[in-house]
Design a protein around this ligand. Sequence first.
Ligand code: ZN
Length: 222
Amino acid sequence: TSHPSTTLGNAPINRKPTTRTATGPNEGGGPFGHENMGEVIEVGSGVEKVRVGDRVVLPFNISCGFCKNCERGLTNYCLTTQPDPSTAGAAYGFADMGPYGGGQAELLRVPFCDHNALRLGEDAEEKENDYVMLSDIFPTGYHATEMAGVIPGDSVVIAGAGPVGLMAALSAMIKGAAKGGFNSSSQHRGRGGGYQRWEHDRWRPSVEHLPRPSVEFVLDRS
Ligand SMILES: [Zn+2]
């Protein structure tokens, strides 16, 4: 049997761990940590592309790349990596998403790593604070703008100003949304209540309420 998995050294990225940490489903007390990047320190016999020493970032969903759902691009509903046949989809360190430990540990096992691991270039260490956002928050925020069909000139309101909301705003700006803002009613999410907005790539002072006329898209982080 070949083993299509890889072990990452994690946290901090360049530490060489000397002990293995047992990882398991976090229902059983295993580590959390679904946004992972690190240096590959060991590869299984079934791994062909990823090499020891590569620096990689991982999508938080664990997928096989060859099941019916993965072939349709629905890797968040992978049928192979979720052992419970009544559901689909797996992730690192999540309750009910398979028996996979998270990355808040010295070592992380990465199943099907040729499919899951995004190998980074020579600037991986220098830009690790940017690349780690590729694991979840940036693609999640970007996907919201994809699902909404945001195009240049649109106006957008994002419900929730947490990290995913911020990345949705950045994605909307990248796509040329002319106007947008956050409707942040939850004080604990870091940006306070009220409405904060941008116009043509520039942030404007906060206003208390949503502007009129109303906007074309609302991206809700929930
Ligand atoms: Zn799959």
